[in-house]
Design a protein around this ligand. Structure first.
Ligand SMILES: *Cc1c(COP(=O)(O)O)cnc(C)c1O
Length: 229
């Protein structure tokens, strides 16, 4: 198996599909940023993706990301996309360009506290559990506005957007309403004078539908690196 060529071809194909999905919905493809999800992917394979122009790497476990960071170039942008435990917050301040998974007020308090101690601010997305799945983390859509108002009192937290994970499905059309709902939530929030830059939604299985509904950050793992072992 030629891994170099696989990753190169995969990225090229994913980029084409991103472009087509954006154009289909009348959007500029350049608005859509690709996060290469590298959980379980060793640094050697991540380097191959960087060579193909990948600039953002998404990890869902703090420990794994911190272990890899020293081996990859400084200009790589690191996104934390998985659930963050409060006892790990100290370790993440200053180590990630964006945290996609702010999912509770206690976590927000802890990030704010630790960031202030280090004289930093932290860019975050609020994870919204749009589909109301028991197994998933995230703020419920009904509570989102109040949650955002609470966050306004935490000066070290910079709210950059919303993130959601759609239920797994064979047919991505069935989760279109989930993505649409996140976009509507953004509009509601914007109407209250709070601009929301990012909608992080869409994975290998459903990113085209997510882009059609307004995603501008897509998180793609298997589509780039193949099945995780
Ligand atoms: C693993 C993961 C992804 C990528 O999933 P693929 O189906 O491999 O593209 C995206 N987002 C989150 C939060 C993940 O944990």
């Amino acid at each position: 198996m030629n891994e170099v060529k696989d990753i190169k071809d995969n990225i090229k194909r994913i980029r084409q599909r991103i472009e087509q999905a954006a154009l289909r919905s009348g959007r500029n493809p350049a608005e859509v940023e690709l996060v290469a999800v590298t959980k379980n992917v060793p640094v050697e394979r991540i380097e191959l993706a960087l060579k193909e122009g990948i600039t953002i790497v998404g990890e869902n476990r703090v420990q794994e990301a911190l272990k890899k960071q020293p081996f990859l170039p400084d200009n790589v942008k690191w996104h934390l996309i998985g659930h963050l435990q409060r006892n790990k917050v100290k370790k993440v301040i200053g180590k990630f360009d964006l945290i996609h998974s702010l999912d509770s007020y206690p976590l927000a308090l802890e990030i704010n506290k630790q960031a202030i101690k280090l004289g930093q601010t932290v860019d975050v997305l609020i994870q919204v559990n749009v589909a109301g799945e028991e197994s998933k983390f995230g703020i419920s859509p009904e509570k989102l506005t109040d949650f955002i108002l609470q966050l306004a009192e935490l000066p070290a937290l910079k709210i950059k957007g919303l993130m959601t994970i759609a239920p797994y499905t064979q047919n991505p059309e069935t989760v279109r309403p989930v993505f649409r709902k996140l976009r509507e939530l953004r509009e509601e929030i914007a109407a209250q004078g709070i601009p929301i830059e990012y909608l992080s939604m869409g994975m290998t299985n459903d990113f085209e539908v997510a882009i059609e509904e307004g995603a501008n950050l897509v998180r793609i793992g298997t589509g780039i690196f193949g099945e995780r072992i």
